[in-house]
Design a protein around this ligand. Structure first.
Ligand code: HEM
Length: 208
């Protein structure tokens, strides 16, 4: 059996992946907060300033996403896209309707599907957000092409709002899953905080 390159190490994700994770969480928090504030102050003197902050946070999200894509190609084994790709586990969970009990050292194989979905939604948010910044505010890298284009604003607003709802859904599911694991005695959250993997209680637990 080939040794798992990550399993031997108690420190799993590494500082770069953890930094990108918290930068992603911060960018999403800022995007949610500024969008809600801008709507609360609609037609007020601060509305445009708050949307500008929202656009800035969107650039932050774009940068984090681009760095994560590169880290998934050039980073260590636990950060590679391969570590998020577990179609056999997804298929088994779907056919048996049972949660796999995994103690592998990298990403949780079932949760990885949700992470890939979240990155897809984040990419959708960035793409539609850049179009809206150009079409509604004449701002950003697409403004030369789509500056104040009403048709583009009309076309991309709904997908942007749908992406927002999907991302909130992911965040809710992600936090609920962390609480669920905690209640099952699996201290998963620690991995993104201190990076220290708590060894499974069962010494025969599968390392996948
Ligand atoms: C807006 C809030 C958050 C977002 C958008 C988010 C997003 C994500 C994403 C995309 C991943 C996959 C990371 C990767 O590329 O490797 C991930 C993994 C993870 N997140 Fe979060 N996260 C959020 C909040 C949190 C919080 C509050 C915690 C708890 C401390 C947490 C703990 C973790 C852990 C432990 C993993 C790895 C789980 C595993 O597969 O073993 N996250 N998160």
């Amino acid at each position: 059996m080939r040794p798992n390159p990550i399993a031997a190490d108690l420190y799993v994700f590494g500082p770069v992946l953890r930094l990108l994770h918290w930068a992603l969480a911060l960018a999403i928090l800022a995007l949610v907060a500024t969008s809600q504030l801008a709507e609360a102050f609609e037609h007020g003197p601060y509305e445009d300033a708050i949307w500008n902050l929202h656009i800035l946070a969107g650039y932050g999200l774009a940068a984090v996403l681009a760095l994560r894509v590169l880290w998934g190609v050039f980073g260590p084994a636990s950060a590679r896209w391969r570590d998020l790709w577990h179609p056999a586990v997804w298929k088994a969970a779907l056919t048996t309707l049972r949660l796999p009990r995994s103690h592998r050292a990298g990403h949780d194989p079932l949760a990885s599907l949700a992470y890939l979905f979240a990155y897809g939604v984040a990419a959708l948010m960035v793409a539609t957000g850049l179009v809206l910044a150009a079409a509604e505010f004449g701002a950003g890298p697409l403004s030369g092409w789509l500056g104040h284009a009403r048709w583009a604003a009309g076309l991309f607003k709904e997908p942007h709002e749908a992406g927002f709802a999907l991302m909130l859904g992911f965040v809710g599911l992600h936090l609920a899953a962390l609480v669920f694991h905690h209640l099952r005695g699996e201290r998963v959250a620690q991995r993104m905080l201190t990076d220290r993997r708590v060894p499974p209680a069962d010494p025969l637990a599968r390392q996948d």
